[in-house]
Design a protein around this ligand. Sequence first.
Ligand SMILES: [Zn+2]
Length: 215
Amino acid sequence: MQTIKRLIDGNEKFKREYFPYFEKELKDSVNLGQRPEVLFIGCSDSRVTPDLMLNNQPGDMFILRNVGNFVPPYKMDEDFHGTAAAIEFAVSVLNVKNIIVCGHSHCGACKALYDDIGNDPTMIHVKVWLKLGEKAKEKTLLNNKFTNDEEKYRATERNSIRNQLDNLLTYPEVKKRVEKNELLIHGWYYDIETGNIDFYDKNEDNFKPLKEFLK
Ligand SMILES: [Zn+2]
């Protein structure tokens, strides 16, 4: 119960020390609704901390997290698509102006692309979900210059971001708004060892320090 006690104490500290700073905005937002301008798609990894690492306030980002920060291609059916539903809601209802797909270093999902999960029924959904990283793996393996597995994993993490951005554009409403310049899509790479973020420069097909984005 030590863990839950820490969370309870954490909430008490939050209410006492931090909540008062946001209280008015949050009460106003109950009447006005939320108005985030960013949909952030990140990995569920516990070391990725979207609001903390970007110094956000409540209301700043609509956040979608899943294993590997994957974006399933648009599929017109009536199955339960949690990731697609979040994208649709953020774009069509919240009218976000930016979508950030943020990968990260030491991503277990990208590493698992190289493991054999087998047919363990307790991992069946993970196995299916990881198919969304297959293209990144294939692209990575075209390069045989890696001197060790860690280099290969880092490249896979970045290639996956490129691929998930392509998948985002399979959503008709995303594509339409991007073409009309009403929506920007971004690929970011978060280094959990340094806190540094690089952005994907599509023109150069390269990742650069985020602070150079506006230059
Ligand atoms: Zn991850």
